[in-house]
Ligand binder design. Structure first.
Ligand SMILES: Nc1ncnc2c1ncn2[C@@H]1O[C@H](COP(=O)(O)OP(=O)(O)OP(=O)(O)O)[C@@H](O)[C@H]1O
Ligand SMILES: [Mg+2]
Length: 342
């Protein structure tokens, strides 16, 4: 045991394409957009998380905002490592420390990740003082976070719709029996809205505005029982170049997102068709669990339920299901040994 080992701290990280969350001492201590702002001249990271997010779309030539993860995996290693390191250092309980303590970490990774990408995540964590690093597949973490007993000889289907990927998995006996990962999730929905606004309203809107539209009037079906009110959206008129405002309804957004949602449905259907019959029988009874920010899209649960003829449940606090599960795995390393990748 080294001199500093008594200072080891346990943290669980959900390093997501859209949001990074950290649990320390059983509490979510960091819940921040996965974004950094870099000064192009000095190369220094000048802001991280919420602060960097506010700069998005409003930078000038000397500042660049970067989202270090794309499609669920690290796309910019340098930026991602700095982001992780800065977020860890900003954990209130660790801020007061003179040194960054040695860390025991559980970090979740998409199920479709390659060996090389997996090693890269692990090495990144080691460089930010991770002395003992375990990885866990996202759908597994989501299942644990939802409160499913994953060790049972019983099949459960999880669909985690994040920012970069939708992860679909059938889990039984502590393992992933079949899974599918598609690069259609929140970011694609946002881009669909940008495209829709441009082509249908001649209005050029930025990503931040499109995301606001998605959250305020986003929908997966055109016949919602409790529809949101129309939203006024401002942007730049593509024809005149002047700023302008248009009203957008949820029905329009349901149209804009239809094709992408269809691809998620197809992936769910495909995974169901690959599920062994005994587990399919279980899923007939247990239904499908949705997690991730994308699962909050109005009517998405209903739409998937109609498509699959299965009951569909949205996880409680879906944005935090994965980090909750990651935190539970960290707390019970022994119990979840078989699902953790060392
Ligand atoms: N109310 C909402 N309706 C629709 N989408 C939403 C809502 N709230 C958040 N989102 C979307 O959820 C996404 C973020 O979800 P989440 O934090 O689960 O992703 P992530 O874990 O960062 O990504 P990934 O798991 O793909 O790496 C964003 O695209 C965000 O726009
Ligand atoms: Mg996620």
């Amino acid at each position: 045991m080294g001199f500093f080992d008594f200072m080891t701290e346990d943290i669980a990280i959900d390093l997501g394409t859209a949001n990074t969350l950290i649990i320390h001492n059983d509490k979510v201590v960091i819940d921040s957009p996965s974004i950094v702002a870099r000064d192009r001249i000095s190369g220094k990271i000048i802001a991280v998380g919420k602060e960097a997010n506010m700069m998005q779309g409003k930078t000038h030539e000397n500042i660049k905002t970067i989202r270090p993860l794309k499609d669920g995996v690290i796309a910019d290693f340098d930026a991602s490592e700095k982001m992780i390191s800065m977020l860890i250092k900003s954990i209130p309980a660790l801020k007061k420390r003179m040194f960054t303590p040695a860390l025991r970490m559980v970090v979740c990774i998409p199920s479709g990740i390659t060996e090389v990408e997996m090693r890269a995540v692990k090495e990144s964590c080691e460089r930010v003082n991770g002395k003992e690093v375990y990885l866990i597949h996202e759908p597994m973490a989501a299942a644990i976070g939802i409160g499913i007993d994953i060790m049972q000889p019983k099949g459960n289907m999880i669909v985690d719709i994040g920012g970069g990927t939708t992860e679909i998995a059938v889990i039984a006996l502590g393992g992933i029996v079949c899974d599918k990962s598609v690069k259609i999730a929140g970011d694609v929905f946002t881009n669909d809205i940008v495209y829709y606004m441009r082509t249908q309203h001649n209005l050029f809107v930025g990503e931040s505005t499109a995301e606001k539209i998605k959250i305020q009037v986003g929908a997966a079906i055109e016949d919602l029982e409790t529809p949101p009110e129309e939203m006024s959206v401002q942007g730049r008129d593509l024809l005149t170049g002047k700023p302008k405002q248009v009203a957008v309804s949820y029905r329009e957004i349901a149209k804009a997102l239809d094709k992408s949602i269809q691809r998620i449905e197809d992936a769910v259907m495909e995974t169901l068709s690959q599920t062994p019959p005994e587990l399919a029988a279980d899923i007939y009874n247990t239904g499908i669990y949705l997690a991730g920010g994308g699962s909050m899209l109005r009517g998405l649960d209903k739409r998937i339920s109609q498509k699959t003829d299965l009951p569909v449940y949205i996880a409680e606090d879906p944005l935090r299901a994965v980090v909750r599960g990651t935190g539970m795995a960290l707390k019970n390393l022994g119990k979840f040994k078989s699902v953790l990748i060392k």
